[in-house]
Design a protein around this ligand. Structure first.
Ligand SMILES: [Fe+2]
Length: 181
């Protein structure tokens, strides 16, 4: 197994017990559920891997889990991007970088989407800039990975199920490996 895949597995295993920003699941459960639900729905492997990695930025900083409640955006998607782009291909890195933008995008283009968001997601939306303007939507749609980011976002929003049975982190090692640089 490559060093980076080992490091990621360790990061999720060892630091993933912190709460997922006010939700009913831990960071580790959230990551595993996002990957699991994507796989169960037959999504492409890059979405499964992006599901596992999308919130790794939360494990790379030392802000408290409830930072958004105190008006602090942790910019976890940027932290994840800086880290992941050194080791993984764009098929994985870009949807992760864009998963917060995808939330802001969906709030603009899909009127029912806001109603699906959990309270912590709505709180952080405000800090992240709120719904996109139409101009921002056009820029977002110009990114070749925007559709993947929207698909990833769907699993991010669903991956908040208390005590869902999922596979262990190590199960995803070969998938992670296949997207390393
Ligand atoms: Fe997430």
């Amino acid at each position: 197994m490559s060093e980076i895949v080992e490091k990621i597995i360790r990061l999720i295993e060892e630091h993933g017990d912190s709460q997922y920003g006010g939700e009913a699941v831990s960071q580790k459960e959230h990551a595993l559920q996002a990957a699991h639900l994507a796989m169960e729905n037959g999504e492409q492997a890059n979405i499964v891997v992006a599901g596992l990695l999308h919130d790794i930025g939360h494990l790379l900083h030392h802000l408290p889990d409830d930072a958004p409640d105190h008006g602090v955006d942790d910019f976890h998607e940027e932290l994840a991007n800086d880290f992941l782009k050194q080791h993984f291909t764009n098929e994985v890195v870009e949807p992760v970088r864009l998963h917060v933008a995808a939330k802001r995008y969906l709030c603009q283009v899909d009127p029912s989407y806001l109603g699906l968001l959990s309270e912590p997601s709505i709180i952080s939306l405000g800090l992240q800039g709120g719904p996109m303007t139409l101009e921002e939507c056009a820029i977002f749609e110009a990114n070749p990975y925007h559709k993947d980011a929207v698909i990833l976002r769907k699993y991010d929003d669903l991956a908040k199920v208390p005590e869902l049975e999922v596979k262990p982190v190590a199960y995803y090692a070969p998938y992670l490996e296949s997207f390393t640089l």
